[in-house]
Design a protein around this ligand. Structure first.
Ligand code: ATP
Length: 337
């Protein structure tokens, strides 16, 4: 079996009491394009900084192209291009001059260096600003210069932390297209908390939340997931639930109470066929009011909602103080004269 491009085993990182990365294990095969998704503070940047040798792990292991991030950090660095969340700026340097300096540091052959810089600037769409001082660039352009930098030595693995951060919608589209194109020749792990961005380019998605991996699936597996149907029906909740659970076409029924006489249902059919019309007719025949019928395609958004938002909602409910009983008025603490 081929060595995975990225191999992470039981990785942990704590910053004092904050457990930023908590027992993370995953592998990325060569050539895979993996979206690393999670809400703010999930632990994405911390993971990436460990994988790129910029931060030591508290425990666990990681290998990139077979090199240990802890003990073979120079070899790891030769095999990766890393775009950090905030690109370091050498404000007094011009874009081309900066990339030339970086290419020299990375050992890019002197004879081919100029052509390589041109190629990377073209890929990252920064040619038009090549003579501008870095300090005068917008965050979006700086991010693109950072992307050009990651490509200079043509490393097999690219680790891109929020590559579209600070870009306008047109630039986001262009950068995603570049990432997709690069995906053919490199292994790419890129992070974002913007769902639609991953949806456009990924082969596989890993969702991390509170330092733990909560979901890891290929696009193919996600696309093959079965659609469900969302219904909102007005009527007696218990009777409606029992009725739907009796329908021979349905494999599973989930109940989501909405208000006193309105209930939401999520339904999965037994045979992957669409039974909405027949179910709607049966519900109408019972005299119940059908307010909503909708197909819910398996999407990253739905998965993300299941994995992260429901956890957040549950936590918010637990944290919300219960209504305190009216208390007796505080005794007057004013000291007696
Ligand atoms: N240097 C640090 N010292 C203390 N805590 C830190 C440090 N860096 C990160 N953290 C904490 O570790 C957790 C994970 O942060 P991290 O930056 O890795 O998350 P992230 O998923 O990249 O978030 P974002 O999308 O906002 O960049 C957060 O709770 C964060 O506050």
């Amino acid at each position: 079996m081929q060595t995975p491009a990225i191999n992470v085993q039981n990785l942990c990182k704590n910053y004092g009491p904050v457990q930023a990365v908590d027992d993370v294990t995953f592998q990325v095969a060569r050539g895979e394009l993996v979206g690393f998704l999670g809400p703010n503070g999930a632990g994405k940047s911390t993971c990436m900084r460990i994988l790129t040798t910029w931060l030591p792990a508290s425990s666990g292991y990681a290998w990139l192209n077979g090199y240990d991030v802890m003990y073979q950090s120079m070899d790891v660095r030769k095999n990766i291009g890393y775009l950090p969340e905030s690109v370091p700026v050498y404000g007094e340097m011009r874009v081309r001059e900066y990339l030339a300096y970086r290419a020299k540091l990375k050992g890019v052959d002197r004879h081919g260096r100029g052509a390589r810089i041109d190629h990377c600037m073209a890929k990252s769409r920064v040619k038009e600003v090549q003579n501008r001082l870095l300090s005068t660039l917008s965050k979006g352009y700086r991010q693109r210069v950072g992307l050009a930098d990651t490509l200079l030595a043509d490393p097999p693995i690219l680790i891109l932390d929020e590559p579209t951060s600070g870009l306008d919608p047109v630039q986001i589209g262009e950068t995603l297209a570049t990432i997709k194109e690069l995906g053919g020749q490199h292994t790419i792990l890129f992070s974002t908390h913007v769902l639609p961005e991953v949806e456009k380019v990924y082969d596989r998605v890993i969702i991390i939340d509170k330092g733990r991996i909560k979901f890891d699936e290929t696009k193919k597996a996600i696309d093959a997931r079965e659609a469900s149907y969302l219904l909102e029906v007005r009527g007696p909740a218990e009777a409606m639930t029992a009725f739907l659970r009796d329908q021979p076409e349905l494999a599973s029924v989930e109940v989501q109470p909405i208000e006193s006489d309105l209930t939401g249902f999520e339904l999965w059919s037994r045979d992957r066929k669409d039974h909405r019309e027949v179910l709607a007719a049966r519900i109408a025949a019972k005299g119940w009011g059908l307010r909503r019928v909708e197909v819910r395609r398996p999407s990253l958004e739905a998965i993300f909602n299941d994995v992260v938002r429901r956890r957040q909602e549950t936590e918010a409910q637990v944290a919300a103080p219960t209504e305190a009983p009216p208390s007796a008025p505080e005794p007057d603490k004013t000291p007696a004269a």
